[in-house]
Design a protein around this ligand. Structure first.
Ligand SMILES: [Zn+2]
Length: 268
């Protein structure tokens, strides 16, 4: 069977936003890996009709007392890389081309492709906001806005969450994302290109949605509505933003997790 064409991160993100249940089950299974790879591995399992489950390299399965079945083809998560190339024509004019190709990383096998000793059941390690904030060097300060409609805000490397906010965890992810995406630094420095406000809100809320989905916290419906209100329904998220969103959500999830052996297996 032909391996399906790899999806872009923008497509993977869109799928995760529209079907957050898929992301939460994937996170449970693959939390040791980066979110981008989690989504890639899951999409390959689904495309090839393999029961999604924990993934490991051939060698790692061997260490766990399990063996890859004969004839099983590896899952090969890959990552799209966009490069710009400038070529000079005979008459001296320069032309810039953009090309995207896919870099293949490790070769993984899913539990269902192996046999041997039963695998101990493990749950994802718990996530803690205080631990995440400390690791990310972001300070949460007392909410000092007089505007009762404001749910939270971010300034420099500080964030604040309105104490009457019904979904404080979602706003915390959102404000943390503004800091980690560099939006608050942009506001202070006023140099370089500014990310348009609607894209900033779409990026920060997408991070919040991914974190809520992965940790099975409420608020996903509100997040989706917020993203659609700022960015427009069906409007594709730029690939560069999708990659930034996945990277920052991953950073937040990793920073708040208890250190676990599975994290060592993480790639990319
Ligand atoms: Zn915001």
């Amino acid at each position: 069977m032909a391996t399906p064409a790899p999806a872009t991160f923008a497509q993977l993100l869109e799928h995760a936003v529209n079907e957050p249940g898929v992301l939460s089950s994937a996170y449970r299974l693959f939390y040791g890996y980066s979110l981008g790879n989690v989504l890639l591995a899951l999409s390959q399992c689904m495309a090839r009709g393999i029961q999604p489950g924990p993934i490991a390299t051939f060698q790692r399965w061997k260490e766990l007392g399990r063996f890859v079945r004969r004839g099983e083809k590896a899952i090969t998560p890959c990552r799209p890389v966009t490069v710009k190339r400038t070529t000079t024509a005979d008459d001296g004019t320069e032309e810039t081309h953009r090309a995207t190709w896919f870099v293949y990383r490790s070769f993984w096998f899913v539990l269902a492709q192996t046999h041997g000793k039963p695998l101990p059941i493990t749950a994802p390690p718990s996530w803690d906001a205080t631990r995440a904030l400390a690791a990310l060097k972001v300070q949460e300060v007392e909410f000092a806005s007089l505007d009762g409609n404001t749910l939270g805000y971010a300034q420099g490397r500080t964030i604040a969450v309105n104490p009457v906010n019904p979904l404080p965890h979602k706003t915390r992810f959102h404000e943390l994302a503004h800091v980690l995406l560099g939006h608050t630094a942009e506001g202070e420095q006023h140099d370089g290109e500014l990310t348009p406000r609607n894209l900033r809100e779409c990026e920060a809320e997408s991070v919040a949605l991914l974190c809520c989905a992965a940790l099975e916290l409420p608020g996903i419906e509100y997040s989706r509505g917020y993203i659609q209100a700022w960015w427009g329904k069906g409007n594709p998220i730029p690939e560069k933003s999708a990659q930034r969103i996945l990277k920052v959500a991953d950073q937040i999830l990793r920073a708040g997790r208890e250190q676990s052996a599975a994290d060592d297996q993480g790639v990319a």
